[in-house]
Design a protein around this ligand. Sequence first.
Ligand code: BGC
Length: 787
Amino acid sequence: MFRASGIVYLILSLVAGGVLARGAQTNGPQLGKIPLREVIAAMTLEEKAKLLVGMGMNIPGLPIDPEDQRVPEKVPGAAGRTHAIARLGIPSLTLSDGPAGVRIDPVRKDDPSRTYYATGFPVATLLASSWDTELVREVGVAMGSEARDYGIDVLLAPAMNIHRNPLGGRNFEYYSEDPLLSGKMAAAFVKGVQSVGVGTSIKHFAANNQEFNRMQSNSLIGERALREIYLKGFEIAVKEAQPWTVMSAYNLINGTYASQSRDLLTTILRDEWGFKGVVMSDWFAGNDPVAQIRAGNDLIMPGVPMQIRAIVEAVRRGDLSGRQLDESVERVLRLILQSPTFKGYKYSNQPDLKAHAQVARRAASEGMVLLKNEGGTLPLTRARRVALYGNASYDLIAGGAGSGNVNKAYVVSLDRGLAAAGYTLIDSLREDYLRYLTEQKAKQPAQRSVLFIPPPVPEMAIATDRVRRDAEEADVALITLARNSGEGADRKVEEFTLSSAERALIEAVSDAFHARGKRVIVVLNVCGPVEVASWRDRVDAILLAWQPGQEGGHAIADVLSGRVNPSGRLPMTFPIKYEDVPSARNFPGRELVGKKPLIPDNPFAGKPAEVIYEEGIYVGYRYYSTAGVEPAYEFGYGLSYTDFAYSDFKVSAARFDGQVKATVTITNVGKVPGREVVQLYVGGPTRNLARPARELKAFAKTDLLRPGQSQTLEFTLRAADLASFDPVRSAWVVEAGTYRLMVGASSARIKASAEIEVKSDLVVERAHRALVPQVVIEELRLGSRGR
Ligand code: BGC
């Protein structure tokens, strides 16, 4: 009897406990069940502040609320999570990087029986090189569904800062030097990810174009360059795709932290562009959480307990209005309402990695750029025996370092890719490389943090007589050269140029193979432009493979073999020499020696610094084409295994009446199927506002055209597409005069053009005076006017 009643008591108390526990969770109005404003009204000040500050990171030494620390991570290795408020039915969201795939831990302590690898897609620069918005959307769909099936609510991508300088350490995560191409790519990616019900975060908003002292660096930029170059891509992505979130950048812009700038996050982003979502800070960005909320930075990531206290106290003191707090709370709650977690999505932890690998492979081959192809060296149809040189031929760099890295299950190296495509390699060469790489890698420091960038392994030296023997044996030589970079550091000029070992390799191989009438191909497995002008004459073909993701070896082999006809085009300029780069003198900025740190007591926060965007709007091809500086390979350039003819270029009217249509017919006049990227540039009058010689205003990629097949493409330009930003009038203006529409195969290869007249000045849109430089630097003004 006693025993039985004991059990009954136990059961009863468990049931009651469960009811009580549930009761404790549900003692407030439940999110989603009643109007949002009632949920907000039921929240305490502390709960509101908690909702706006993330749960922190479980990294030794970082402040974290002990209570938060006890909550097991839903997805180990995800970048961050928001606070749950159980009593109101508000769940915690999980956020994860990043632009090349879902960055989570592949192995979990609590579940050693299986792995959680994610697909390593090609880097964003490669995706942009495809100039194919439909392809990028498909990559977004694959990445989004992978995120969703791993329990992620918001993917911290796409990253879309402008390639202001080829040495930018995170350029590989970004698309292009051109804002239109960046904006269109980002919009396509966002649409893809969000179509499967997962959020995106377009980042890093804005003017985060260098890594040097990134948490305390002040980007000094004129208003025109900001509007036309550094904000434009974000504007396009916001207006075309409404990303669920925007991530504000680490840096300051004209003296104010991006994450604390109301001009940027409210006046421009929300009032002018109509952004409806959440702004979150970059991880540990800024130095004043109250200023962040005041600016419209709704969510502070990854969050430290101090920030919650600061917000609560500021509201109590009256330094932060309850209304502003509630606005941010409402936006975060709306984000939660949209999320897979709130909707109860049952994630499988079993994304379709096989299918996504195929998407990664296809995307990689579509974004590779054929830079040189002398005498039809490529595709390799007859040559079967390949002498394969260069460390990276056997150890391909699939993607860059830092938060843009992905923990993928494998990387297909080029030797394996070529072997799978039926080519024969020289075994002894392969064995020597593999041995050398194993030895060298054993000496490398272990990865200690996400910011670790593996130091490059020096090129293995090859004896000249060996190369001579290889040249007897093989039909063709292939050399892969590689570059890597990552978050927290910019590249050095010495990484732009070739090392002496790389030069020696090119020379030895080309001498030996050319002496036997055999060809030499270089594959560039790089994160950004490298110097090519001094050595390209020594080789017969150059394929720019970028960092092509986990299927890289197969994708490169697809292009080399001709299975895929290359159709990538450069999304940035390859300069002849580094000194030609318009920002060379002002990159990555200078340390402000003696200035008080803006973020004290944080060894990771770097030093106060500033970077002057002296070149104004003359970034990339806008500079080269205007100043007449010859690049090695121009923006928009890329070869194909076939040829295309442009014909019947027509514009709808000679007088602009608010809209003009341009059409052009593209015909494949070569021997194999291929795709052409058709680019529409515009040059205009320079009455009050100086303008670049040409600016990309539209582009399209043809279908796969069979030999002899044609396709007619149509582009529509509206007044906003012709407008320049006039900082004096704070408005987008189309100045009266003659505009030249140029259709071309690159920014230099213009095939046809036509003129249209604008009768009188048109003010397309008035803007606020925002982000105005505090100190008017003469050079900044020169960049926007006068020249
Ligand atoms: C990076 C972001 C990233 C975040 C979370 C930061 O260091 O700048 O791009 O999303 O970390 O990992």
